[in-house]
Ligand binder design. Structure first.
Ligand code: NDP
Ligand code: 8X3
Length: 251
C-alpha cells in the first residue's frame, strides 16, 4: 500500500484529497492546525476505508514543529510516496499601498516558507528510497498578477518557480515534482481571505459554477497515479466559466 502526506487536510482541497486517496486504498498522513477536525477526519477515514491514517497537528510556519512532526514518523510511515503541499491561504485583497503586514507575513510564511520546510524535511526520506513525488499547490495567481493580489500572487509565483528548480535538483533521486494551479474553487478559501465575512466570500462564487474541492482532488490523484516514467509537470485547472483571474462569465 502506498502512503500520501497531505498538508492542510482539515478543509477544502486537502480534505477532499485525503478522502479520495483513502477511498483508493492509500495510507494517509493528514496535517493541519485544527486538532478536532483532524481527529474527526481520521476516525471517519479509518471506519469507512480499510486504510491506516495518521494525524499530525502542527503549523507549517513553525520550522521546529515541522521538523518534530516529520522526525516523529516511525516504521512504514516514513515511506512517504507522495507529499502534497497544499496548506495555504490568501489574506485580504487590497492595493499594496494599503497592505496589512500581518496578512503579508501569514501568506509568505505559510505559502512559501511552510512549503519549503516540508520539502526540506520530507525529501531525505524519499531520497533514502530513491523515489517519491512532491505535488505543490500553486494557483492561477501563480500565472497571473491581478490587482489586489500582489503578495498572494507573489507567493504562488514563488511556488511555481521553486517547484521548477526543485525538479532539477531532485532529478538524480528519481523524485517527481508537480504543480497544480487551480482557478476559482469554492472551499473555505474566500472565508479565510475575507476574514470570516461569509457574505463577501459567498459573493465570489455567485452567478457561475466554480471548481469544487473534489475537482482538485481528482487532478491530484491523476498526477499521483501515473507510471514511474511519467511526470505531469503541471495541471492548470479553471472553471469553464473562468478565462482569467478577473474574467468570469456570470449568467
Ligand atoms: P481552505 O481554507 O479550505 O483550506 C486550507 C487548508 O490549509 C486548511 O486545512 C488549513 O488548516 C491549512 N492551513 C492554513 N494555514 C496553515 C498553517 N499555517 N499550518 C498548517 N495548515 C494550514 O482552502 P483551499 O482548500 O481552497 O486551499 C488549499 C490551497 O489551495 C491553498 O494553498 C490555496 O492557496 C490554494 N488555492 C486555492 C484556490 C481556491 O480558489 N480555493 C485556488 C487556487 C489555489 P488549519 O486551518 O486547520 O491549519
Ligand atoms: C485562488 C485563485 O484567482 O483568487 O488561488 O487567486 S485566485
Amino acid at each position: 500500500m502506498k502512503t500520501i502526506l497531505v498538508t492542510g487536510a482539515t478543509a477544502g482541497f486537502g480534505e477532499a484529497t485525503a478522502r479520495l486517496f483513502a477511498q483508493n486504498d492509500w495510507n494517509i498522513i493528514i496535517t493541519g492546525r485544527r486538532k478536532e477536525r483532524l481527529e474527526k477526519l481520521e476516525s471517519e477515514l479509518k471506519s469507512t476505508y480499510n486504510v491506516d491514517v495518521l494525524s499530525l497537528c502542527f503549523d507549517v510556519r513553525n520550522l521546529e514543529e515541522v521538523k518534530q512532526a516529520i522526525a516523529s514518523l516511525s516504521g512504514n510511515w516514513k515511506n512517504i510516496d507522495v507529499l502534497v503541499n497544499n496548506a495555504g491561504l490568501a489574506a485580504g485583497r487590497g492595493p499594496i499601498q494599503e497592505g496589512v503586514y500581518d496578512d503579508w507575513e501569514r501568506m509568505i510564511d505559510t505559502n512559501i516558507k511552510g512549503l519549503i520546510y516540508m520539502i526540506r524535511e520530507v525529501t531525505p526520506l524519499m531520497m533514502e528510497r530513491n523515489q517519491g513525488h512532491i505535488i505543490n499547490v500553486a494557483s492561477l495567481a501563480g500565472w497571473e498578477a491581478y490587482g489586489g493580489g500582489n503578495i498572494y500572487c507573489g507567493t504562488k509565483h514563488a511556488v511555481r518557480a521553486i517547484s521548477r528548480s526543485a525538479r532539477v535538483d531532485l532529478l538524480p533521486h528519481h523524485i517527481k515534482v508537480s504543480v497544480i494551479s487551480p482557478g476559482a474553487a469554492e472551499t473555505e478559501f474566500s472565508l479565510v481571505r475575507y476574514n470570516g465575512d461569509a457574505e463577501r466570500a459567498k459573493a465570489v462564487y455567485e452567478g457561475f459554477q466554480p471548481l469544487n474541492a473534489e475537482d482538485i482532488a481528482n487532478s491530484i490523484y491523476f498526477m499521483a497515479t501515473q507510471p514511474a516514467h511519467v511526470n505531469i509537470e503541471e495541471i492548470f485547472i479553471l472553471p469553464t466559466a473562468q478565462a482569467t483571474a478577473t474574467t468570469v462569465f456570470k449568467d
